[in-house]
Design a protein around this ligand. Structure first.
Ligand code: TXA
Ligand code: MG
Length: 324
């Protein structure tokens, strides 16, 4: 396994690995991805194997330009075009009917494919140098916290992949917002790095959830979980600090003294952008210290707060079970 700086020669080497069917972890603005040539079914199978990801969970295909996306989908309905024009590159994934070019393993046999253009120079260069779209889930073992730094990938998947491009910490810190566009309706499959307010301002109302059956495994209850159980509280109170062997995830700096060694503060003054960018790192650190419980403060579900709460709620519902 090679860890490389994301300069031209590092990215070119990574592109060769992608072209020859290998696995490269690369930074995006949201989280680190685990990439393979999206058009090579064997390479894509390696992603599932490395992550221990069930084959029913489809992958996002990353593109560097609209032309590349056009070959993968049957067309861009008006609203998809508007969204892509406004928010790509950026933390938005659009699910659309696919063409025959996209192997079934990428979409878990679904007739649709999830496409995203990441807002990160390294990711875009890697796609360009590879000359193929890159299928990439977040670079974590299935169900565990997403990686926002190269070292997270290294610790979790180091022995199972060919290369990591180390581009430093991810700017946004939570995964992309996933929207499905079908006929006349637009459905939110996963809240994420692009706030819903910005989306509805542009295209009007969006339906929530995928309906009765779980269509997007980002909706599974046990995603994004640390090993230590998480309990969400309205606010961490001074007396909570007495709880034995607990870790504390504060949304803002508390007005009372707190134990530095077992506390993480998402943002000094409650800024949601800062909080989102630090969420997984803070949870990684608390989890590493092997706490019996992690108390996490709720945040308001506005803007990025919706994605933060979604990740916390899923972490708190953790049932590490047979599928992992
Ligand atoms: O920010 C991100 O989106 C990161 C970076 C690496 O781009 N990627 C990411 O991928 O979070 P992953 O695999 O961890 O999450 C992809 C989500 C899953 O919830 C998956 O079920 C959903 O997208 N998805 C993918 N294809 C789909 C499809 N055809 N229909 C419905 N949901 C789909
Ligand atoms: Mg993931």
């Amino acid at each position: 396994m090679i860890i490389s700086r994301p300069d031209d020669s590092g990215i070119k080497r990574a592109a060769e690995i992608i072209r020859s069917g290998g696995l490269v972890s690369f930074p995006t603005e949201t989280v680190y991805g685990l990439g393979a040539d999206a058009l090579n079914p064997i390479a894509v199978a390696r992603i599932f194997e490395a992550k221990g990801r069930p084959f029913f969970d489809p992958l996002i295909v990353h593109v560097s330009n609209i032309g590349m996306a056009s070959g993968l989908v049957q067309g861009f309905p008006d609203r998809a075009g508007l969204l892509a024009e406004r928010f790509w590159p950026g933390p938005l994934t659009i699910v659309l009917p696919k063409t025959g070019l996209v192997p079934d393993i990428v979409t878990s046999g679904l007739p649709t494919v999830a496409i995203r253009m990441p807002d990160h120079r390294v990711a875009l260069d890697l796609i360009d140098f590879s000359g193929v779209p890159i299928a990439a889930p977040s670079a974590n073992p299935f169900g565990y916290l997403s990686p926002t730094k190269a070292e997270h990938v290294m610790v979790q998947l180091g022995g199972r992949i060919d290369m990591i491009l180390d581009g430093g910490p991810c700017r946004v810190g939570v995964e992309s917002t996933v929207l499905k566009i079908h006929g006349d309706s637009v459905t939110l499959l996963r809240p994420g790095g692009l706030g819903m307010e910005e989306i509805t301002d542009l295209i009007g109302p969006v339906e929530w959830g995928a309906g009765p059956e779980v269509e997007s495994p980002g909706q599974l209850p046990y995603h994004y979980s640390p090993d230590s159980p998480v309990r969400i509280v309205e606010a961490i109170r001074e007396e909570d600090l007495q709880i034995k062997n607990a870790g504390f995830l504060f949304f803002k700096k508390p007005g009372f003294p707190y134990p530095a060694g077992s506390s993480e503060i998402l943002s000094d003054d409650g800024d949601l952008l800062v909080a989102a960018s630090r969420l997984f790192s803070c949870l990684h650190r608390l989890d590493k210290s092997g706490k019996k419980i992690i108390l996490a403060e709720a945040v308001s579900e506005k803007g990025l707060g919706l994605a933060i709460m979604d990740r916390l709620i899923k972490a708190s519902r953790r049932v590490r079970n047979e599928t992992e």
